[in-house]
Every structure is written in C-alpha cells, then in structure tokens.
Design a protein around this ligand. Structure first.
Ligand SMILES: Cc1cc2nc3c(=O)[nH]c(=O)nc-3n(C[C@H](O)[C@H](O)[C@H](O)COP(=O)(O)OP(=O)(O)OC[C@H]3O[C@@H](n4cnc5c(N)ncnc54)[C@H](O)[C@@H]3O)c2cc1C
Ligand SMILES: NC(=O)c1ccc[n+]([C@@H]2O[C@H](COP(=O)([O-])OP(=O)(O)OC[C@H]3O[C@@H](n4cnc5c(N)ncnc54)[C@H](O)[C@@H]3O)[C@@H](O)[C@H]2O)c1
Length: 461
C-alpha cells in the first residue's frame, strides 16, 4: 500500500449527511480538527438538499403551479432547471461552509475502514488515510430494488434521483410502492401531466394510518387522475422497446400496465457495503444497518452511526436529532438519547399534504384509552377561510384526545399547510398543553392553525 498522504484528526466524519455535517460544524467551531469524507462531489450536503427533500418539495411547488395552457414538456424542463440551480447553490454552500473553516477539511472519495481508527480513501498514489480517535458514520441509505424478474435490467427503470434531474417528462410512469417516496413522485409527475399508476403490495395505502384517512388520501390521488392499485403483486417486467410491460397479480387475476418510466419506491436500506466495517469490528444488522445503542454508539464505542445508516426512521430531522445526541456526549452532559424522542411528526408531501403525529384513533382504541375523536372536512371548517383563499379545500383534520387528561394523543392533518400546523400540535403534545388550551389560543388570521379553534371545539365538553 503506497501512502501519499496520512492525515490525523480529532474527529473523522464519513458521509456529508445532515447529522454528520451538523456535528462537523459544531465540533470544528469548538476547536476540534475535523475531517469529512464524502464520496461524491454531487452530494456535498447529503441526500436531502441534493436528491431528496429539497428537489422533491420544489418539484411539488412547480407541479402545483402548472396551468392548463402550459406546454407540459416545456414547463417540466423549466422546473427541472430551477431545481438544478437551487440544488447546485445549496451544494456549493454546504461545501464552502465546512471546508472554509480553519479546523475542517473535506476530502472527496469513498471511505473504507482499514482498522478501528483509520479509513482509506482512494487508491495508489492518490491514497489518503485518515486516523482519528472518534469516528462518525453518516453514510445514509439507498433504494431497495425488489427481486422481480426483468425489473433491474429494464431500460425504463428510473431512480428517484433521476426523476429529480431528467429533462424529459415521461409519458407513463409506473411507481412500485405507495409509501412516502412513491406517493410524492406520483403526485408530482401527475401534476406535470404524466399518466401515473401506483402499484402497492399492501391491501391499502398507508397501513399505519387510520382507514378513513388513508381512504381520503386515495380519493384525492385518484381524483387527480392517478391510478392507485393496492393488493398488487408485481411478478414480472417485460421489455418491449419504447415501453416496459409491468405484469402484476391482483385478486387471483393477472393484469399488466405499460411504463415508459418505472420507479421502484419500495423502501431504502442503509449504505454500509464497501465501508469494510468488519475491519473496524463494527456490528451490523441483517439489513446492513450499523447496530447502535441509545447514545448512537456502535459495537466500537468510539464509532457512532447517525442518520439512515443506523436503521432508525429515515427522515432528515431524525438525522439532525442524532447529531444533537452525539454532540451532547462531546460538549454537553451526555444525557440525551434516542429514547427522549416524543411526538415526532411526519409529513407526506402530496397535495394537500398529510401530516401526522402520535397515536391514530385505532391505535388509541387498541390501547383501551378513553378517547374523544374530532374529525372535520377542511371545506367545512368555518374558522379556516385560508383554505378557500388559496383554493385548496380538499382534505380532513382529525384529532384524538384523551378524555381523562384532555391531552392530545394524536393528529392526522390532510390539509393545506399541514406540515406547519403539525409542528404546533407536536410541540403541545410534548409540553402537555391540553386540547382546551389549543382550542382557546389566539392564532393569526387567516391562517390554517386557527382551524384548531374549531376542530377541538367539536369534541370538548
Ligand atoms: C426522494 C426523497 C425525498 C425525501 N424527502 C424527505 C422529506 O421531505 N423530509 C424528510 O425529512 N426526509 C426526506 N427524505 C429522507 C431524507 O432525505 C433522509 O432521511 C436523510 O437525507 C438521511 O440523511 P443522512 O444524514 O442519513 O445521510 P445522507 O444525507 O443520505 O448522506 C449520506 C452521505 O454519505 C455519502 N457516502 C455514502 N457512503 C460513503 C462512503 N463509503 N464514503 C464517503 N461518503 C459516503 C453519500 O454520498 C451521502 O452524501 C427523502 C428521501 C428521498 C430519497
Ligand atoms: N416526506 C418525507 O418525509 C419523505 C419523502 C420521501 C421519502 N422519505 C423517507 O424515505 C423512506 C423510503 O421511502 P419509500 O417510500 O421508498 O419506503 P416506504 O417504506 O415508506 O414505503 C414502501 C412501500 O412500498 C410497498 N412495497 C414494498 N415492496 C413492494 C413491491 N414489491 N411491490 C409493490 N409495493 C411494495 C410497501 O408496502 C410500502 O407501502 C421513507 O420511509 C421515508 O422515511 C420521506
């Protein structure tokens, strides 16, 4: 092994994701010498700003703004150009903000462990080794391609990354999987003008949500012209020139649908292949996730895993919270853990978005809790004229309240601005603010939060 450069650092971060970069900034600011290794120059800042949350939410925004008279292809190409400009600006900003610090260095290349304290990057004369007493692994996740005959080799197979970068609007998009990623792309591309079919294996969409909420989501999607087929077992993909034929079984019968683009959205798995974790003595789970304790320490206590790679929930704000936990051990009291998390909200960015937090009605009933349930269609919420002012009155708001304590147990908000309202509700849940207090609070007008004045009033005595 010919080594041209051997670096040492106080902290080595592998992967420029949310958790890793946040920790890197804070530690560099505190005077630690930090080396960040990122495998791709197109990924400074990680998945979220480059190929995840940011481009997809910008595409939701563009797709919703498309008017009937717009040329579909031209409008799409203009939208992708906007996305590319924004992601490029964020990428440069991310690189410069970290590499520009006196105490931080970014190395571009794929890291692999050679021993528990050292990684190698590059080969031959370009080989760099980095040795550090503390290592943070933040290598993210990658899509799972299900082992369906003909799928992996299909010329029409596309990844979510390609769908945020392509200049050509596909005519017919088939999405395998009706989870977060699948439904967001289905909505985006349908609004741009593509014919979209979602093939979901489970018997219904969003099995973790209450049935009435999942059904309203389905009605909105199908109302926008998306074909949603649940209980679909995809058995084969046949390549037939300009299109692929996706064959699936439903209710014992065989069907098929043609695709000019085929997106597997059937989950993402941790990126640990190639990291040579065995050389570091770091244990992984069968799905590749680095096994961690509640302080995010791996089986080697000086090696931490943050974000998607540790097998937890795959959201940017969870990766960010992972950074808080790790930083607390270096710079704080070392008490913060993953078990402190309560009322973590989620938002599925379809139009209108579905934001959820806490227990569903069925979960609360299954736990035998004494509950009141408030459910109101957005169009009927008199206290929320904002829905009418922005011409988006579809959806429903649902709250589950504990009758004994008056505390909010959960919410499902399928509504304009739901991604914002849910943060207020989650904060209230975390800090034991009651449903009555939420009902009686002063909110700005016209806003979407003021729906809380009315929707809680329906269930409170
Ligand atoms: C299309 C899409 C939309 C999404 N939308 C949302 C959303 O709206 N809201 C939300 O909260 N979450 C969303 N997510 C999920 C979110 O993007 C991820 O949970 C989050 O980005 C994970 O961040 P991370 O810190 O784990 O690492 P990542 O941001 O994934 O970063 C990992 C980095 O490690 C690098 N890397 C990997 N292996 C190596 C190696 N061996 N050496 C060096 N570098 C390496 C990778 O190149 C990458 O840059 C979305 C995901 C996708 C795919
Ligand atoms: N707005 C957001 O916060 C956001 C957006 C996109 C992605 N994400 C994150 O990325 C993760 C990955 O997203 P995802 O949608 O790929 O995964 P997912 O786990 O959310 O959903 C996968 C879906 O695919 C279905 N499925 C599995 N195998 C199938 C098959 N062979 N045929 C048809 N359907 C099949 C599953 O039943 C499930 O409904 C999400 O769980 C989420 O954490 C978040």
């Amino acid at each position: 092994m010919e080594i041209t450069t051997a670096l040492t650092a106080d902290v080595l971060v592998i992967g420029f994701g949310k958790g890793g970069k946040t920790a890197a900034h804070v530690l560099a600011e505190a005077g630690r010498r930090v080396v960040m290794v990122e495998r791709s120059e197109n990924m400074y800042g990680g998945t979220c700003p480059n190929v995840g949350c940011v481009p997809t939410k910008m595409l939701v925004h563009y797709a919703d703004a498309k008017r009937l008279g717009d040329d579909a292809q031209e409008f799409f190409a203009h939208s992708i150009a906007g996305v590319r400009a924004l992601t490029s600006a964020f990428r440069t900003g991310n690189f410069e903000a970290l590499n520009g610090r006196d105490t931080a260095t970014v190395i571009t290349g794929t890291a692999r462990f050679v021993d528990p304290y050292t990684v190698a990057v590059g080969e031959g004369r370009d080989l760099v080794t980095v040795t550090a007493p503390t290592i943070l692994v933040n290598t993210g996740s990658e899509p799972v391609i299900p082992p369906i005959p003909g799928l992996a080799s299909s010329p029409h197979l596309v990844s979510s990354t390609e769908l945020t970068r392509t200049q050509n609007l596909p005519e017919r998009l088939v999405v395998l999987g009706g989870g977060y990623l699948g439904l967001e792309f289905a909505g985006i591309y349908r609004h741009f003008g593509t014919e979209v079919t979602v093939l979901e294996a489970a018997d219904r969409l969003l099995p973790r949500e209450d049935e009435d909420i999942a059904e309203t989501v389905r009605e909105i999607l199908t109302g926008d012209g998306i074909r949603v087929i649940t209980g679909a077992k995809v058995t084969e993909v046949r390549d037939s020139g300009a299109v692929s034929t996706v064959v699936y079984e439903k209710d014992g019968r065989t069907h098929s649908v043609e695709a000019s683009a085929l997106l597997p959205a059937t989950g993402r798995r941790p990126v640990t292949d190639g990291l040579r974790l065995d050389a570091a003595g770091v244990r992984t789970a069968p799905n590749g996730a680095i096994v961690v304790d509640e302080y995010l320490r791996s089986s080697q206590p000086h090696i931490y895993a943050l974000g998607d790679v540790n097998g937890g929930e795959q959201f940017t704000y969870i990766s960010l919270d992972d950074a808080r936990i790790v930083l607390d051990q270096f710079l704080g009291e070392g008490k913060r853990t993953t078990t402190d998390r309560r009322a973590v909200p989620h938002t599925l960015f379809i139009t209108p978005p579905l934001a959820t937090v806490g227990l569903t009605e069925s979960q609360a009933r299954a736990q035998g809790l004494n509950i009141r349930v408030s459910r109101e269609k957005v169009a009927d919420i008199v206290a929320m004229p904002r829905a009418y002012t922005v011409e988006e009155t579809r959806g429903v708001m649902k709250f589950v309240v504990d009758s004994d304590t008056d505390l909010v147990l959960g919410a499902a908000l399928l509504s304009i601005d739901a991604q914002e309202i849910v943060n207020t509700v989650a904060l209230a849940m975390r800090h034991h603010i009651t449903a009555t207090q939420l009902r009686d609070a002063i909110y700005t007008h016209p806003s979407s939060t003021e729906a809380l004045n009315e929707v809680f009033d329906k269930v409170l005595p």
